[in-house]
Design a binder for this molecule. Sequence first.
Ligand code: FAD
Length: 347
Amino acid sequence: TPPSHAVIGAGIAGLACARALADAGHDVTVFDKGRGPGGRMSSRRLEDGAIELGAQSFRAAHPAFREQVAAWVQAGVAAPWPDALWRLEAGRAARRADGHPRYTGTPRMSAVTRQLARGLPLHTGTRIVSLARAGNDWRLIDERGTTHGPFATVSLALPAPQAEGLIAPHAPELASECRQVPQRACWAAWARLEAPLTLPGAEANWPLLQFDAGPLKRVVRHRTKPGRGGAPELITLLADLDWSERRLEDAPDAVAVDLLGALNDALETLRPAASLPAVQARGAHRWRYAEPGAVAPGHDHRLTDAGLALCGDGWRGGRIEDAWLSGHHLGEALCHRHPLPDHGDFP
Ligand code: FAD
């Protein structure tokens, strides 16, 4: 029988890896502790709309990823957004296009990862707590004590600090590489506003406001994303990473209040001044492993002779495109390492 492969982590990297294996005819099973696939690209359903608290959009520069994005656009799960970024400069809002086309998932970001996961055996709600080696096989043990396997290879598509503990007993050299890829934390607050958030000087459907300093890094208006027709004014407020790390242990609501206050303060500096509409609901989510503080040098994934592998954004660059490429390249390497028997057409 052909070898089976396990992938731990159903973020974009793990799914790209699993997809490359499955599309080449390999047997692959994916595990994730979350309720669904997506990881940092997941969307949260609120009573009257969906909201992204992690990644908001992605670029596509590498030819292989551009081809993948074109297929997503064709399938209706991604579309261009935003067409411009806004900044506050000298008391006014300024439109800044940086020339990089960007895309987002439609009708929500998680549509992209759901599309990648289609047809793949995926165990959600399954946190893997250890790996066991017997002969040439790997087995995975989840937090309920259930054993999964045997597998010929195990790919850890997780932020490096989460991969480190699983891999340390079996590949100490990879565990020490994981320690070179720390992850920064980020608070993401959200709010539902009673009225549209207007930015004096900006078009009515301005999508995204970038900040250069202060507690806020980015404010996103979800109703300006494609495919969100009729959605209420839901905004995400992403915090600066240094600010997030200083406030790491704070209560989510206190963080949401402070980030909304910072947005209101920024709006009041504009001429003419603006202010935040009434907040109908709010919350905040803490990403402990939001983005790599450093990227590992060399290849964009790791694969040992024993079939243990690592991929994810930290092994390439910290963006969705990097995570996809890292996972895709690992999937290709695993296909190459384990060629399937050739059942040629001729006897
Ligand atoms: P993840 O998406 O983190 O996937 C890892 C998965 O592993 C998760 O689903 C997790 O549940 C699972 N897992 C962890 N431990 C275990 C375990 N023990 N057992 C089972 N499962 C486990 N990138 C952009 O390109 N553009 C942006 O605008 C952008 N904005 C961002 C904003 C924020 C707030 C954040 C947090 C990230 C942002 N990023 C952005 C970065 C982007 O989201 C990531 O680079 C990318 O999604 C990483 O994918 P991944 O598959 O490597 O990891």
